[in-house]
Design a protein around this ligand. Structure first.
Ligand code: ADE
Length: 235
């Protein structure tokens, strides 16, 4: 999968060189390229923002650098992914990012992320982007971050780990929280007794059918307690 990220803080994405995603990049499974939006400015101050039409607090990102950045990146289609990319703008005003979103996007050969800052990006940029690819505005959750970078880091990690070959043991992807709408069951390791706290005896029984049933109950119970919205199908 090829992923391009445009940001005024490309250094934010340094940690993507670590751990499983870093290894996947080294192995050629993931081709992640970060770009500084200011590369597509032409004035001495490398200006990316201006005051909002109609007044109001804060600054808005100018359309011109975004237009040039997206034109260049969208036209640089890798051989294995000649189709139009999915162009994602993280935004608290977007659709909610869920495990289902991550699964959908993990099937795409080509993603472009555009990280907004300040009060957002000039609205016309989204309409222009829609001529270059399939645009999605996506929110990490119902809270406001200072910019899209942290949201994009989270999305790339959630998407990247679903790509075949990134996580060493694919079975570990099947049983985790949100894969089938439930939270994960509790996990324990040795020692069986620690500071007076015991591992649930059923896990030491060797009875795999009983263990599976217990884990399922734990998942439902936890979900009912912590995330009743998931059971109600609200999300
Ligand atoms: N940018 C600012 N807040 C955000 C959020 N909650 N999700 C995605 N991008 C954002």
């Amino acid at each position: 999968m090829r992923i391009d990220v445009v940001s005024i803080f490309p250094e934010y994405f340094g940690p993507l060189e670590m751990s499983l995603l870093g290894k996947a990049r080294g192995a050629g499974i993931l081709d992640i390229r970060t770009h500084d939006l200011r590369h597509w400015t032409h004035d001495r101050h490398r200006t990316v923002d201006d005051t909002p039409y109609g007044g109001g607090a804060g600054m808005v990102m100018k359309p011109e650098p975004w237009g040039e950045a997206l034109d260049e990146l969208a036209s640089d289609a890798p051989e294995h992914a000649p189709a139009a990319p999915v162009i994602i703008f993280p935004s608290p005003a977007g659709e909610l990012f869920t495990q289902a979103t991550a699964r959908e996007l993990a099937r795409e050969p080509r993603l472009i992320f555009g990280c907004g800052r300040y009060e957002g990006i000039d609205e016309r940029v989204f309409a222009h982007a829609a001529t270059l690819g399939r645009v999605r505005l996506i929110s990490l959750g119902d809270y406001v971050l200072n910019g899209g970078e942290v949201a994009v880091m989270a999305m790339i990690e959630a998407i990247g780990r679903l790509i075949p070959g990134v996580v060493g043991n694919p079975a570990s992807l099947v049983e985790e929280s949100h894969e089938d709408g439930l939270l994960e069951y509790p996990s324990y390791t040795k020692p069986a007794s620690w500071r007076g706290r015991e591992v649930p005896p059923i896990l030491l029984s060797g009875n795999h059918a009983a263990i599976d049933a217990w884990r399922r109950e734990q998942r439902v119970e936890r979900t009912r307690e912590r995330r009743p919205d998931l059971l109600a199908g609200d999300r």
